[in-house]
Design a protein around this ligand. Structure first.
Ligand SMILES: Cc1cc2nc3c(=O)[nH]c(=O)nc-3n(C[C@H](O)[C@H](O)[C@H](O)COP(=O)(O)OP(=O)(O)OC[C@H]3O[C@@H](n4cnc5c(N)ncnc54)[C@H](O)[C@@H]3O)c2cc1C
Length: 481
């Protein structure tokens, strides 16, 4: 006999208590995405407090699904994702499983340079925890005060330190998860070597809630650098920015821990919406600006000397038109604040189209020229707000509505046109239409169009094998067959 939606909700409430299995009422915080692009309707929002409770929730949903109820599960962390992967659709038949109550630190192993934490731990808290022990957890992104490690793993988040430490994938040693049968797999391990077959950890990382629910992870830690210093640099072309990157990589090697680029219009938007933020260099004076971070293992003096050595060489080579070096940590933080406020300034300007693309960093100048050219042919008045993690070849090549136009209308009517113009250029440079944000529900059609069909077929086979009833996030990532 089919279990009804009401019966399932009652069952979830008896498992977790009514406070932690909510249905009806105002669920906007879980039903709407960070950008307020779309608001869905959840059957229930459940907040389990332990892995055993997550497993019980999955088993209850599975039993309902097997009985004929078309229910599915959307795992959710901090709900800061930018591609609608963590919010429910409008069907009223999706159960949002929020991991935010699972915040325990299960182990901290200073000698092994690792920590084991639950999926709902806020990223910034983990950075602080590591710092209190004199260590570094290097994952860093502007949403770090709200996003949680389960979400970071599920999206394989990138951020600002990838140039040195890699993506979230590179920072994870082990995973605990609940699969589509409601079984718990404890793959938590502090091992750095373990060649015993398919690495299921890596299958889960970046799976965007479509293969299971990550409940905990063992993460890699690093020694804290002895000193970190930053420079804010003006360049007159992106060609010079890329030459500067090559020079910095050569001279600073693994000490180069951040290399962010911002075109002038991106900074103008920050000036407009956050007038209290002072630019280190007048934003009108350069075509683009670089925030370069250098970390030194020995001392502050050495950090300063090496950074200054690089800048001297860069000025000599004619790569820079101006530059400012942070005199202390406060000034360095202010530089990062400006960079991290671009996304917020864009949100304040109104809804816009995000294109989180990557190409080989050497192709960035040619890509930007060509993409702007192609976009101007189809949307001549649209405004490009271009910035990103140049050190990783990753740009947020975003498009804002023309001055004075209605942003919602622009997004609703121009998304496909902008995407096609930009992503075709990305593809022609051998790039990716989603460098770090994932696919979610927003970019599934792009996956269908741009992903290699053989790869797509193998992805479908994996999903079919691990989640044959399509219980987990059925409308995210994989396009309909
Ligand atoms: C201001 C701002 C700046 C950002 N900057 C960056 C950046 O620099 N780099 C970057 O990569 N991203 C960035 N993002 C995007 C976003 O912060 C990241 O994708 C982040 O990793 C999402 O984490 P979350 O906890 O909010 O996950 P959510 O948004 O809740 O979920 C994201 C996806 O993961 C799935 N999921 C969540 N938790 C789990 C779990 N426990 N098990 C299985 N699946 C799960 C969801 O179903 C969904 O598909 C930014 C976002 C904002 C708002």
């Amino acid at each position: 006999m089919t279990i009804t939606a009401e019966q399932l909700v009652e069952q979830l409430q008896s498992l977790l208590g009514a406070d932690h299995a909510r249905s009806g009422g105002d669920l906007t915080a879980w039903e709407e995405d960070w950008r307020q692009l779309a608001k869905g309707k959840a059957l229930a929002v459940v907040s389990p407090a332990s892995t055993a409770e997550v497993a019980a929730v999955v088993q209850a949903c599975l039993a309902a699904k097997e009985s004929g109820l078309n229910v599915s599960i959307v795992p959710q962390g901090g709900n800061t994702g930018l591609v609608l992967g963590g919010t429910p659709d409008a069907s009223g038949l999706q159960v949002v499983v929020s991991l935010k109550r699972m915040q325990a630190v299960r182990a901290f192993d200073k000698q092994n340079l690792s920590m084991t934490v639950e999926a709902g731990c806020i990223l910034q808290n983990l950075q602080n925890l590591a710092a209190e022990q004199g260590l570094l957890f290097p994952l860093s992104l502007a949403a770090e005060g709200s996003c949680v490690i389960g979400g970071n793993l599920a999206t394989n988040a990138g951020g600002t330190q990838v140039v040195r430490y890699g993506n979230t994938r590179d920072l994870c040693l082990g995973i605990e998860m609940v699969n589509a049968k409601g079984e718990i797999w404890n793959g938590l391990s502090g091992l750095r070597k373990n060649n015993t077959g398919y690495d299921l950890r890596h299958l889960m990382i970046g799976s965007e809630g479509t293969l299971g629910i990550i409940t905990a992870a063992t993460l890699k830690l690093y020694p804290q650098p002895a000193a970190t210093t930053c420079a804010w640099l003006a360049v007159d072309t992106l060609d010079h920015a890329v030459e500067l990157l090559a020079l910095a990589q050569q001279q600073l090697a693994s000490g180069l821990t951040g290399f962010e680029a911002m075109e002038q219009d991106a900074l103008k938007l920050v000036e407009k919406h956050m007038p209290h933020m002072r630019m280190p260099i007048d934003a009108s004076t350069g075509a683009a600006f670089i925030l370069l971070e250098y970390s030194d293992d020995e001392s502050e003096d050495r950090a300063r000397a090496r950074l200054e050595g690089l800048l001297e060489a860069a000025f000599e080579a004619g790569l820079l038109t101006d530059g400012a070096v942070a005199q202390n940590l406060d000034q360095a933080q202010k530089m990062w604040d400006i960079r991290e406020h671009i996304t917020l300034a864009q949100a304040a300007e109104g809804l816009h189209l995000k294109h989180d693309i990557s190409v080989p960093s050497s192709s960035i100048p040619a890509f930007v020229r060509k993409a702007k050219e192609e976009l101007a042919k189809v949307l001549p008045d649209a405004r490009v707000i271009n910035f990103g993690h140049l050190g990783d070849g990753n740009l947020h090549f975003n498009v804002q509505a023309p001055e004075g136009a209605n942003p919602r209308e622009f997004v609703d009517t121009c998304q496909q046109t902008a995407e096609q113009a930009i992503y075709d250029v990305v593809a022609s440079f051998g790039g990716s239409f989603s460098a770090e944000h994932g696919v979610g529900r927003l970019k599934r059609h792009d996956l269908a169009h741009y992903k290699d069909p053989v790869a797509l077929g193998m992805m479908r086979a994996i999903k079919g094998a691990l989640d044959p009833l399509n219980l987990f996030n059925p409308h995210a990532l994989l396009p309909d067959a």
